[in-house]
Design a protein around this ligand. Structure first.
Ligand code: SF4
Length: 252
């Protein structure tokens, strides 16, 4: 399981660098340059900590990113300028670790915020039915029209944990967070998305000082990657684990 592997990797790194924020910053910095990461991955003679992390992540996580090289080869010249679409395999590995580190950093504060909002990708809806979601509050909300729909199951789980689930269609995250901050509300965000989009959203929240947690989708299957939508899924057990972990701190 990818999640277990990433947890073990993060545990090992946290023993070496107990300051999680410091560790997160170095992982984020490393992930900035695709070319540099590739060079570090290929130069076995480079025994710096950064290079050895790149290689460890590749060894542990590459079974989960086997389709990335062929996806990158298939990009048009224009698409290669799109930083999300052109995310390299090494960047994926760093981003997966980044999500885990941010989740650890924010678990305690997440459940203490008075507003906890989740933004879910519309690609998870049951494509065999016409989605009956409605605009309510900050964005669209699931009306539970299909028992087979992943968004339905995810929304129910989130509500049980006192998180308000929105299907992310129209909300502008930056301006929403600014407005809620001005209204004096303490707000936390949970995102579910493909790895590169998730990291972008989580960074936006972190920059706004908002406790954020995230769950990567099981795969990238949306139209941006494939030209059309394919059914996708999210790991409900991992989602519940994340929420329970955060709630553990409620009594502290
Ligand atoms: S269950 Fe919810 S998200 Fe799924 S198709 Fe129906 S309204 Fe849309």
């Amino acid at each position: 399981m990818t999640f277990d592997r990433i947890r073990v990797l993060a545990d090992g790194l946290a023993e070496e660098v107990p300051d999680l924020r410091c560790l997160l910053e170095s992982v984020q910095k490393s992930s900035g340059s695709r070319r540099r990461l590739r060079r570090l991955a290929l130069r076995a003679a480079n025994d710096s900590k950064e290079a050895s992390l790149v290689r460890t992540l590749r060894d542990q996580l590459s079974p989960y990113t086997v389709n990335v090289p062929s996806h990158l080869r298939g990009l048009s010249l224009a698409e290669r300028w799109d930083r999300v679409l052109a995310t390299s395999e090494e960047q994926y590995h760093h981003y997966m670790l980044e999500v885990e580190l941010v989740n650890r950093l924010n678990a305690a504060t997440f459940s203490r915020c008075e507003m906890r909002l989740a933004f879910l990708p519309h690609c998870l809806h049951d494509q065999s039915v016409t989605c009956k979601s409605v605009v309510r509050g900050e964005d669209h909300m699931c009306k539970g029209c299909s028992k087979m729909c992943v968004l339905n199951a995810v929304s129910k789980l989130l509500r049980r944990h006192r998180v308000t689930p929105y299907i992310w269609m129209t909300a502008n995250l930056r301006s929403l967070l600014r407005r809620l901050h001005k209204e004096g509300k303490t707000v936390a965000v949970l995102g579910i998305a493909c790895v590169p989009e998730l990291v972008r959203g989580m960074r936006t929240c972190m920059h706004a000082g908002v406790p954020v947690m995230g769950l990567p989708l099981d795969a990238n299957r949306c139209a941006r990657w494939w030209g059309r939508f394919y059914p996708n899924s999210a790991n409900l057990q991992e989602l519940e684990r994340l929420l329970l972990k955060s709630e553990q701190f409620d009594d502290c």
